[in-house]
Design a protein around this ligand. Structure first.
Ligand code: G1P
Length: 276
């Protein structure tokens, strides 16, 4: 059983400045719901009720979002507006939230290692909230699909999708051998390869299931691409032992870390998901 889901959320979100000058990028709304809430919904659907968030300076609104706002709730109690808080109240009933601060920005691997105190010695999921995933006709969310695979294979799993060759330099790229429908045993992985050098076009998107030995590996992982501690490099150590799978998930993913992806997600959610 995977109970815990880690959300690295300490980054600055510079691509959305000035919006993110004082607001966490994870709080940017897709229509009326902050990005992080979509990720939490996905984790809850997959049976994870311990939401662990790695925050940083200026991220208080993340904590407030998942807490009671007495003043507001008192004001709108008994009015038609109250129903707008129904979903977030359900989340708060079902999940517990813990937070830890990442003091230095040393990369995604470092952010995940910062979460060790909240995770302990068990397998866990990681969600990068700026990759918004929707079912788009699939039966389950991406994390639920990955949990089913974890139950069978008991090793780390990364969600992947095929990207055009001229975009491979934006992602962690995996290379592997097909072992089942949409499932590959990873043999090689590289973080943001230089254009023209990618070993494949299978890109990691922001959903991971990690076994807890990743923490010891991360402690010994040297800074890699961009001088940062990369989760991709740590996963390569597990992959060398045959302990990483790549899964081509069912559903649709939007890169909400980029402005075009954010706009596309907004239009999609407004037309297909949002209910007044
Ligand atoms: C991170 C990871 C990268 C992965 C990507 C998915 O990069 O380092 O391997 O492909 O997330 O969104 P970032 O987008 O944070 O630069």
């Amino acid at each position: 059983m995977i109970k815990k889901c880690l959300f690295p959320a300490a980054g600055y979100g510079t691509r959305f400045l000035p919006a993110t000058k004082s607001m966490p990028k994870e709080m940017m709304p897709i229509v009326n719901k902050p990005l992080i809430e979509f990720g939490v919904d996905e984790a809850l659907e997959a049976g994870m009720s311990d939401i662990c968030i790695v925050t940083g300076r200026g991220k208080h609104s993340l904590m407030d979002h998942f807490d009671i706002n007495y003043e507001l709730e008192h004001q709108i109690s008994g009015t038609v507006k109250e129903k707008k808080l129904k979903d977030i109240r359900l989340i708060m009933d079902k999940a517990s939230f813990t937070f830890i601060r990442q003091r230095e920005m040393k990369g995604l691997g470092h952010a995940i290692l910062t979460g060790e105190k909240l995770i302990g010695d068990e397998a866990f999921a990681v969600v990068l909230a700026d990759d918004l995933c929707v079912k788009d006709g699939a039966e389950q969310g991406v994390l639920s699909q990955m949990v089913a695979l974890y139950d069978k294979y008991k090793c780390s799993i990364v969600a992947v999708e095929s990207v055009p060759e001229n975009e491979t330099h934006k992602y962690g790229i995996v290379q592997g051998t097909r072992i089942d429908d949409n499932l590959y045993r990873v043999e090689n992985m590289v973080e943001k390869p230089e254009p023209g050098t990618a070993p494949s076009n299978m890109a990691i998107i922001g959903r991971y299931i990690l076994t807890p030995d990743i923490f010891e590996i991360l402690k010994n992982t040297q800074p890699g691409k961009a001088g940062e501690i990369q989760i991709t490099d740590a996963l390569l150590e597990q992959a060398k032992k045959g302990r990483v799978l790549a899964y081509k998930f069912k559903g649709k993913r939007f890169d909400c870390g980029s402005i075009p992806g954010f706009i596309e997600a907004t239009n999609y959610v407004y037309e297909n998901v949002y209910q007044e």
